[in-house]
Write a protein that binds this ligand. Structure first.
Ligand SMILES: [Zn+2]
Length: 688
């Protein structure tokens, strides 16, 4: 983290720029970093400022739980991460600065030389867009320099409004995987619509002035009076979602099929464990082979001194009590070690128990301990404990495969509580307005809509009941000491890294082989029931031509390619020019529909291929749908940053914002999904 001098220099440059324009740029003053601390064992979602791109690359390589796109602002990289207190200490020790605690857990590079280049570069506007939201006008630009290898090029954009007001703001260099992409800045507030932007560089280069275009430049048809919406009044657990699906199936039998997807999940279940001994001194972890809910919670385990000389290590298991009699020597002294006991129990009771030595306890004398009770540690009392049947809604008047199909699926990631609200609000709007709104009826009659509100119900149940930051499913593929219950909040597979195209197993970036990583890819492609279900539904219905994978948060709208290889940043194949145009034109329609609800505008810089605007996500579902099944597959990240007028900063909303925010996200992104169905209808019409 040796870039501090450069960081200071950037701030000084900013001050110079700000002082030299006729209307001061509204960059926030460099505030002292807030004092952020985590208690022992606490986990929180925190926005960090990293020293440089290299620090970010290291984090990704280590399988860090990146929650949203690293943003680059004022010369340093911003990234949202879920960290516990130990990871927090490590990161801050490495120079990362916490700048915003977005959400707390609920109860329950190389030095860059400063050499001066002498040759002027040429600049080129890649993007220049403006929009108005909540009475505030913003501009966003991307500019490329021909001196792409020089990390010290500073680019400044100057804007002008129709009445002559003008101002400037600095861009920052954006690199990804070590490759220069462009210079850009977060959306900048302006007093009015800009009529011209110009760019200059520290090398003396300029760009041809550009006229910013209106973003997104599309608006959905106005809903008729009496159009029904707002069907969501609280966060919904998987049990709530299942009840809603059932009710919709009964209420609209002529328009709805409820589909039980073929792969049942593990369910809200875990094996039961106990420490035999003191984990801080000497202990063996004893774990049931079956789940705790399968009569293993409450089983007792203990060690005893046989009280006689020359006894071998022995055990009995009766009446739900496992008693381990430790070995003794000729003098009657206990001689069993922790290793002896762990190996003995695993060999003696292969159908009932497995045991391993607690970290730090290897080779120690086995203590006389217990009885301890095995427990799965699950706190949810209202959750069914059997395998779970994931369900989809199929909505349409003609559901025989002859109509263009659209798939919307959500909550691959358990903690993204707003996402099933989006897809259920969308489904309910189609159904509730069918009888009264001719436009909705025409749409539903012309399409075949599939909705999976909760792809990952087991993880969601864990997120609601046990650990709100749970991202993955509940299947624990760890072996040995990684199964220590202190890792209980780190187990599971990242469902959206478990698919077959551009996967970790194929050598792509953004997945991990570490079973404790936030992006653990599983034991193999499609090793998980949750991912197999999404693909099974798409394969069973080849009329599905468009798909939307709904995530949170950050305010992104993305499409393939979603992954690249590390060496040389080689992405999956780029869509053709025609396909790219279709993706972007459709995105602008859908972004327009999202903004119709409360003015939320998804930024142009966050609209594009996953690998370009977010990060490389090896083995994500949209890439398999697109490259293997020929489906135009998009991703939402609902929950856009909100502009704080007081601090002049964009602020993240997190995975589980206060319900009013989640409700608003559901309303606006459901409107986006309705527009997606219109896109499918229009595409089918032009292809006939
Ligand atoms: Zn997600």
């Amino acid at each position: 983290m040796s870039l501090r001098p450069r960081w200071v220099a950037t701030v000084a440059t900013l001050a110079l720029i700000t002082a030299s324009v006729s209307v001061p740029a509204q960059a926030a003053p460099a505030a002292a970093p807030p004092s952020v601390t985590l208690n022992a064992g606490e986990t929180a979602l925190i926005r960090f400022r990293l020293a440089d791109e290299e620090a970010l690359r290291r984090l990704v390589a280590q399988g860090a739980d990146l929650a949203a796109r690293p943003r680059t602002q004022q010369g340093a990289v911003l990234v949202d991460m879920v960290v516990d207190d130990r990871q927090f200490a490590t990161l801050t020790g490495q120079g990362a600065v916490p700048v915003q605690v977005i959400q707390r857990e609920s109860p329950g590079g190389a030095q860059r030389s400063a050499k001066v280049a002498v040759q002027a570069d040429t600049l080129h506007f890649l993007q220049a867009y403006w929009w108005t939201t909540a009475g505030r006008t913003f501009v966003q630009t991307q500019v490329a320099t021909t001196s792409s290898d020089d990390p010290d090029v500073e680019i400044t954009v100057t804007w002008r409004t129709a009445d002559g007001a003008t101002g400037s703001f600095p861009l920052v260099r954006f690199e990804d995987a070590g490759e220069y992409q462009y210079h850009y800045a977060l959306p900048q507030p302006l007093p009015a619509k800009p009529v011209q932007v110009t760019a200059t560089s520290s090398l003396g280069g300029t760009a041809r002035p550009a006229t910013p275009a209106a973003w997104p430049g599309a608006a959905p048809p106005a809903p008729p009076s009496g159009y029904q919406k707002d069907f969501i009044d609280a966060y919904m657990t998987p049990v709530d979602v299942r009840a809603r699906i059932k009710r919709l199936g009964r209420q609209y039998p002529a328009l709805v099929d409820v589909i039980n997807l073929p792969n049942r999940t593990q369910g809200y279940r875990r094996t039961a464990v106990a420490y035999l001994g003191d984990p801080n001194a000497a202990a063996v972890v004893v774990e049931s082979v079956r789940f705790g809910a399968q009569s293993m919670n409450g089983v007792q385990v203990r060690t005893v001194d046989p009280g006689r000389a020359n006894r071998p290590l022995a055990a009995t298991y009766r009446d739900r009590v496992l008693t381990v009699r430790l070995a003794t020597d000729a003098g009657g002294k206990v001689i069993s070690t922790t290793d002896d006991v762990a190996a003995f129990l695993t060999a003696r009771y292969p159908q009932q128990f497995r045991a391993f030595v607690e970290a730090g306890s290897a080779g120690l004398p086995m203590p006389i301990a217990g009885p301890a009770r095995l427990d799965d540690g699950l706190k949810g009392t209202e959750v069914p404990t059997g395998p779970w049947t994931v369900q989809a809604l199929r909505i349409g008047k003609v559901r025989d495969g002859s109509k263009p199909g659209v798939l919307a699926y959500s909550q691959e990631h358990a903690r993204e509580w707003a996402t099933p609200l989006v897809t259920l609000e969308f489904a309910e709007r189609l159904l509730a307005n069918y009888a009264t709104d001719p436009a909705t009826r025409e749409l539903v009659d012309s399409a075949d809509v599939f909705v999976i509100p909760t792809v990952n119900p087991d993880g969601a149940n864990y997120s609601f009941n046990d650990f709100n930051f749970q991202r993955k499913n509940l299947v624990n593929h760890c072996a040995g000491a990684s199964r220590d219950p202190r890792n209980r909040d780190s187990w599971g597979v990242d469902v959206n890294r478990n698919y077959t195209v551009g996967s970790y197993f194929d050598g792509y970036v953004g997945g991990s082989s570490n079973c404790l990583s936030g992006t653990y890819a599983g034991t193999a492609e499609l090793s998980e029931a949750e991912s197999r279900n999404v693909i099974a539904l798409a394969q069973a219905h080849p009329n599905i031509g468009l798909a939307m994978n709904v995530h949170s948060y950050g305010g992104y709208f993305m499409w393939p390619p979603g992954a690249y290889r590390a060496d040389g940043r080689v992405t999956l194949p780029r869509p053709s020019i025609d396909e790219s145009k279709f993706f972007l034109d459709s995105a602008r329609r859908i972004v327009g529909a999202i903004s119709a609800e409360r003015g939320t505008v998804t930024w142009p810089s966050y609209t594009g291929p996953v690998a370009d605007v977010l990060y490389s996500a090896a083995g994500n579902s949209a890439d398999q749908l697109y490259y293997e099944l020929g489906i135009d597959a998009w991703d939402f990240e609902v929950g856009n940053d909100r502009w704080n007028e007081a601090t002049q900063q964009w602020e993240g909303v997190g995975f589980q914002p206060p319900f009013d925010e989640a409700h608003a996200e559901a309303q606006e992104y459901a409107g986006g999904l309705v527009e997606l169905v219109r896109v499918a209808r229009d595409k089918a019409a032009t292809e006939q």
